[in-house]
Design a protein around this ligand. Structure first.
Ligand SMILES: NC(=O)c1ccc[n+]([C@@H]2O[C@H](COP(=O)([O-])OP(=O)(O)OC[C@H]3O[C@@H](n4cnc5c(N)ncnc54)[C@H](O)[C@@H]3O)[C@@H](O)[C@H]2O)c1
Ligand SMILES: [Zn+2]
Ligand SMILES: [Zn+2]
Length: 389
């Protein structure tokens, strides 16, 4: 089959690789009909995520048609149309039972490697490094789906792929980001980033009762889309984010701050961001943490910070004292996608939201490598890429 394969930093190619096979009796194989490139894939593309290997197949935002099921699969049958969560979960461990699916104890075959770094291992993820399972991703013609009775959700209506595809990751991620922000009715919510995750988080913040949403980025077309979702916007290249937020909130700061940027934040020449970039370049630090630092400085006292943005390793100069003294709550995590599938599918079916408004590029797998660069560099107005094998 054809698949997008990681060969090294900034080197992904569309290669011919062996088709996936059923390995465990609880596996299914799906024929991919749509797959997207995520901001998290850029951390792999840019070489931030450790334990990637030459030959790894990328892609964790996947949907398609079931073409084969193992003997132990009871909920899916050949021909079913499914969206597949990026998180692989067993469905029966303590964490799965508590709906903490991204912390599943049983789906990372390389758990020891992850535990060495983190203390305990989180769940395995599709196409996201060996430390997180070494599972092949779905930017390909076919995908092996382990624990097929636990993850995939069947799409029984005739909703097009584009409306439901983002249930695999960024719509639940946006929803959990808004939930983790502990929004109370009327709150002012500031969201760093206007990428796909942030743009959907704006919608979810409104759903959860925000009174005001402020979105921060520097890419004009992304800021424009945020404004169309009724967010007030700040261009961090043109204005000082702290000063502007204080002005907008009469010196109090936003009640809830959401970091939808993660480990590759751009600075606008601030001291910390210049140092981060230098250290990351020579591998002395793993994350560029300008945004998480800024959320702590800007958030109102006793406020909440929610972090859907992905971090991979160690952060320098983390303002832990300010966070402690201001009494902030910080909530974060890889998304417990399985928890949100049914309720969010219902919202799409009822027409309360159509997450496809962020899609700007529809391409084939062969165009995938070029699309990684276009998406990373925000060229050609690129906000979200969907690949159709
Ligand atoms: N927690 C999860 O389970 C989960 C799931 C999906 C994605 N993510 C993460 O969410 C983050 C966003 O994903 P995306 O697909 O929207 O990515 P993206 O790269 O398209 O968007 C990031 C945006 O942040 C902006 N940005 C950079 N520096 C900034 C700064 N200093 N201030 C404000 N904005 C800044 C960029 O211009 C860009 O528009 C990534 O870190 C991704 O890994 C996490
Ligand atoms: Zn993702
Ligand atoms: Zn589990």
């Amino acid at each position: 089959m054809r698949a997008i394969v990681w060969h090294g930093k900034e080197d992904v190619r569309c290669d011919t690789v062996p088709d996936p096979k059923i390995v465990e009796h609880t596996d299914a194989i799906i024929k991919i009909t749509s797959t997207a490139i995520c901001g998290s894939d850029l951390h792999l593309y840019d070489g931030y995520q450790p334990t990637m290997e030459d030959g790894d197949i990328l892609g964790h935002e996947n949907m398609g048609e079931v073409v084969e099921v193992g003997a132990g699969v009871s909920k899916l049958k050949v021909g079913d149309r499914v969206v597949v969560p990026f998180v692989i979960a067993c469905g029966h461990c303590w964490f799965c039972e508590h709906t903490y699916f991204s912390c599943c104890d049983n789906t990372n075959p390389n758990a020891k490697m992850a535990a060495k770094v983190m203390g305990q291992s989180p769940a395995g993820l599709f196409g996201f490094s060996h430390m997180l399972g070494g599972y092949a991703g779905g930017q390909a013609e076919y995908l092996r789906v382990p624990h097929a009775d636990v993850g995939p959700i069947k799409i029984e209506s005739d909703l097009p792929d584009e409306k439901v595809l983002f249930l695999s990751d960024i719509f639940p991620t946006a929803y959990m980001a808004a939930e983790n922000a502990e929004i109370e009715p009327g709150d002012t919510v500031a969201i760093w980033g206007c990428g796909p995750v942030a743009l959907l988080t704006i919608q979810c913040a409104w759903m959860l009762g925000a009174g005001r949403v402020i979105a921060i980025d520097h890419v004009p077309e992304r800021l424009q889309l945020a404004a169309q979702s009724k967010a007030e916007t700040i261009n961090f290249k043109e204005e000082d984010v702290y000063d502007r937020l204080m002005e907008m909130t009469q010196g109090r700061g936003p009640d809830r701050c959401i970091d939808a940027v993660g480990c590759e934040a751009h600075g606008s020449g601030s001291f910390d961001s210049v140092l981060d970039k230098a250290k990351a370049t020579v591998m002395l630090a793993t994350d560029r943490a300008h945004v998480i630092r800024q959320t702590i400085t800007c958030c109102r006292k006793q406020g909440t910070i929610s972090v859907p943005g992905v971090y991979v390793g160690m952060i320098d100069k983390f303002p832990f004292g300010p966070a402690m003294n201001k009494g902030l709550t910080i909530k974060m995590g890889q998304t417990h996608v399985q928890r949100y599938l049914q309720p969010l599918l219902e919202k799409i079916e009822k027409g309360e939201i159509d997450p496809s408004f962020i899609i700007t590029h529809r391409r084939t797998l062969e165009d995938g490598p070029e699309m990684y660069k276009t998406f990373r560099d925000k060229e050609d107005g690129c906000i979200k890429v969907v690949l159709k094998p």
